[in-house]
Design a binder for this molecule. Structure first.
Ligand code: M6R
Length: 362
């Protein structure tokens, strides 16, 4: 049931404020985080290995920044198909975490089985609680996104980010890098996210207008720094998956190591840059693009737009958000740009060619 929406993907994007609020309800208890079962004792963990495919892999890449910055916990992130055949050494003190919406992805399941008897403990972050990956892990952490039907993962991504962020906060407190007072303050901000999601969804018209223009391009580049780098990767994956436009993402600082050669007026460059500590660095990369005739679509907040929006081709302005929570909010324009570009091109949004919702063969 599409509940009046034209596509399941549109419905699932729009559902995010509600499902995120539900997910928070399942994990938050007053000023504390309540994990299922025995929970996770982060004071005993020396390192994390996060493994997944596709969008779930980008959720893991984002989480690496959180675990390292908030909890000073070393994190290795890998694509499941690489991890399983590389058979890397799993050192004592390692907890392995497998992230999968379906819980049935063949490569992710194989990587999990490789870690059995090698990692101290196996956690999974799943949407389907009865799935193979959930059943075969020591502890399954449900993301509570509800059934996701569109092949392009949307609400599962933000709900994966939510659980991974809560884990990073738990790790930060357990390892003595965050006080319980600071946790309470951050949880208050997190409780505000569904409201910010609604405010971002209200700006859909400006995103649709940008997407219409972008849909005419053959190639699109996404740029971001820090946690906006994995968000750029996710934006590029979403765009190519459903609109069939060739899209690539780069860490902004990599621009002059190659991709800047592609820049001309036919290649839109989508720059994801909330006004955070890295903003000026990203803006200087953006100006390098503009100086070469590149057309920039800047996704930022009101402060960022006021500081750097001058002369930019398209500006999408999101609500201001704590920089630690920005990845969740900036997922929305990444999803909506792809969605509207695909609709403009007339592709089969919910069933893009050659793709399956659950990749159960390698
Ligand atoms: O079910 P999973 O989370 O394990 O699926 C992983 C990928 O196949 C999936 O995220 C895929 O990349 C999506 N179609 C992206 O939108």
């Amino acid at each position: 049931d599409k509940a009046g929406f034209k596509h399941f993907m549109a419905k699932e994007i729009a559902e995010q404020p509600t499902v995120l609020a539900d997910a928070l309800g399942a994990y938050l208890e007053g000023d504390t985080i309540r994990l299922p079962g025995q929970g996770v004792d982060f004071s005993r963990i020396e390192r994390l290995t996060l493994v997944a495919c596709g969008t779930a892999f980008y959720a893991c890449l984002t989480a690496k920044y959180w675990f390292e910055q908030l909890a000073r916990l070393p994190v290795e992130v890998d694509i499941a198909s690489e991890f399983r055949y590389r058979e890397p050494p799993v050192l004592p003190g390692t907890t392995a975490v497998f992230v999968s919406q379906s819980g049935e992805t063949a490569d992710t399941l194989a990587a999990l089985r490789f870690c059995k008897g090698r990692a101290d403990r196996i956690l999974s972050v799943v949407n389907v609680e009865t799935s193979s990956i959930a059943r075969e892990s020591d502890l399954a952490l449900p993301i509570h996104a509800g059934v996701e039907i569109g092949v392009a993962s949307t609400k599962a991504f933000t709900c994966q980010l939510n659980v991974l962020l809560l884990l990073a906060i738990e790790a930060a407190v357990a390892r003595g890098h965050m006080s319980v007072q600071d946790r309470a303050t951050l949880l208050t901000q997190i409780r505000g996210l569904p409201g910010l999601f609604n405010a971002a969804l209200d700006r859909d018209a400006s995103i649709e207008a940008a997407a219409q223009k972008i849909s005419e391009a053959r190639d699109v580049l996404f740029l971001g720094r820090g946690t906006m780098y994995p968000l750029a990767l996710e934006g590029a994956l979403k765009l190519k998956e459903i609109s069939y436009i060739h899209a690539e993402a780069y860490a902004s600082g990599e621009l002059k190591h190659g991709p800047i050669a592609l820049i001309d007026k036919t290649v839109p460059v989508i720059v994801m840059a909330p006004h955070d500590a890295l903003f000026d660095k990203t803006v200087s990369n953006m100006q390098e693009v503009m100086a070469r005739g590149g057309k920039v679509c800047l996704i930022t907040d009101a402060t960022g737009a006021a500081e750097a929006g001058e002369g930019v081709w398209q500006v999408i302005t999101l609500p201001e958000v704590d920089s630690r929570l920005a990845p969740l909010l900036y997922a929305l324009p990444a999803q909506l740009l792809a969605y509207h570009a695909a609709v403009a091109k007339g592709t089969d949004v919910d069933q893009p060619r050659n793709l399956a919702k659950s990749v159960t063969v390698e």
